[in-house]
Design a binder for this molecule. Structure first.
Ligand code: IMP
Length: 428
């Protein structure tokens, strides 16, 4: 039994897509198990750039089966748009190469409308800063059950229509009460639109959990591709400034149906610094020219929303917590090249709260908002490193920086990325 998982240890955008893409050829099945089209990653393949949001990176390669498992929420319009984009460049995606869970939940237009009303009703410092993709409102229906529709439900048109009509009537009443400018949704029109999506999706829809169990029994090699990062995990992250799924390693089992003991290698991915999009405390944030420098050099603007990302020093307390949550076996340090040229670098090695020092990550955001980072200052390196392919060839200060991350995360760094291309990778 062999299964690898790739999870982000920070607040998302750790460049996990590159690691998944690098590992894909060593696997038979690539599985996306949580989140929706709030995620986004860029994969360079055959000299072309692909922006993937919902589809697993495996979809670009022959001989790999890509699975969108139970824990994902699917906006069928976005999903098919992405599939069309890939098919127009790479030809038809065969149904046996691509499986969509009948248990995954479906995002409808009223989910986006409801999210906009909720986010806009919050004061600025309380806004979660969501991607406005209807992710949280769809997961809420899933947990609440009464207004949820799964992919498999759309295969039964009569029941689907009856259910959708009831839900749309309810949502229209609710949204009209909350927003005087709200224009009601037309259940019939949504039904027609989503029935067309279902026709296109039908060949791919199946029980992915059973498929994965058979794949494990047949000794297929599975690769789990996390979306977002551990600190955005609904249960364990910086609630309420989180996403609505289990985005740490904890979500793999519930989101795919594959048991924990099947995962034989857990790779935690971190950036060499920290970024965050949306609201919520960020202890090592740099609201100065160094933060702007990192944003510019690292092209730190959201793949999905284009928002500038908040940038800061590497926070070993936050990432270390992510590493323990996910139970990582090793670390990938991404975007190390972005730090080249800075005179000195800081890594947060402890938090100080009310004069007390701790290396635990606070469980409450109010407490997190109070922490003062305790920094270890390291000398920077001046030379470019994007062309380097061996650890030994890195400047001594870059090696020292990576070694410090490994020491503070109590793990080993096995992959260092020094640029977006596959070749710009150093294996430790
Ligand atoms: P939602 O997932 O759209 O509900 O957004 C909730 C929070 O998660 C917001 O702060 C988003 O900016 C953040 N978020 C969602 N997806 C991503 C991602 O892929 N990368 C980084 N942040 C994300």
């Amino acid at each position: 039994m062999s299964a690898t998982a790739v999870v982000g240890l920070q607040w998302g955008d750790e460049a996990k897509g590159k690691i998944v893409d690098l590992l894909t050829s060593e696997h038979d099945v690539v599985v996306r198990y949580q989140g929706g089209n709030n995620a986004g990653h860029t994969v360079k393949f055959d000299g072309q750039t692909y922006k993937l949001s919902l589809l697993p990176a495996g979809i670009l390669r022959d001989g790999i089966t890509s699975v969108v498992a139970t824990g994902v929420v699917i906006n069928p319009k976005a999903f098919l748009g992405e599939l069309d984009g890939i098919e127009s460049r790479r030809g038809k995606v065969a149904p046996e190469k691509f499986l969509v869970s009948d248990r995954a939940h479906v995002i409808f237009p009223y989910h986006m409308a409801e999210e906009a009303v909720l986010e806009n009703s919050r004061k600025n410092d309380e806004k979660i800063g969501t991607t406005m993709r209807g992710i949280g409102t769809c997961y809420r229906e899933k947990a609440g059950r009464t207004h949820a529709i799964r992919v498999g439900d759309m295969l039964y048109p009569d029941q689907f229509k009856r259910r959708l009509t009831e839900i749309v009537e309810f949502k229209n009443r609710m949204l009209a009460a909350l927003d005087p400018e709200f224009k009601p949704f037309d259940a019939e029109a949504i039904f027609t639109e989503y029935s067309a999506y279902t026709e296109r999706l039908k060949p791919y829809i199946c029980d992915t959990t059973a498929f994965l169990h058979h794949a494990l029994a047949a000794k297929k090699r599975l690769l789990f591709e996390g979306a977002q990062g551990s600190l955005l995990d609904l249960d364990h992250g910086t609630f309420p400034f989180v996403t609505s799924s289990s985005s740490s390693g904890c979500g793999i089992h519930s989101g795919s149906g594959v048991p924990e003991r099947a995962i034989t290698r857990m790779i935690g991915v971190v950036k060499a610094y920290t970024t965050r999009v949306g609201g919520g405390p960020f202890p090592t944030e740099l609201n100065n020219e160094i933060g702007q420098h990192i944003r510019d050099v690292g092209h730190e603007y959201g793949t999905v929303t284009g928002r500038p990302r908040r940038c800061g020093w590497f926070d070993a307390i936050a990432a270390g917590y992510g590493a323990r949550l996910s139970g990582v076996d090793c670390i990938s340090v991404m975007l190390l090249d972005v730090l080249s040229g800075l005179d000195e670098l800081k890594i947060c090695e402890a938090y100080e709260i009310n004069g007390e020092r701790t290396t635990d990550f606070p469980s409450h955001v109010e407490r997190l908002a109070q922490v003062k980072p305790v920094y270890r200052t390291l000398p920077g390196w001046k030379s470019e490193i994007a062309h380097i392919r061996k650890v030994a060839d890195l400047p001594a200060n870059a090696r020292r920086y990576v070694d410090t991350i490994a020491e503070l995360l109590c793990s080993q760094v096995e992959i260092i990325s020094v640029g977006p291309d596959r070749e710009q990778t150093i294996l430790g």
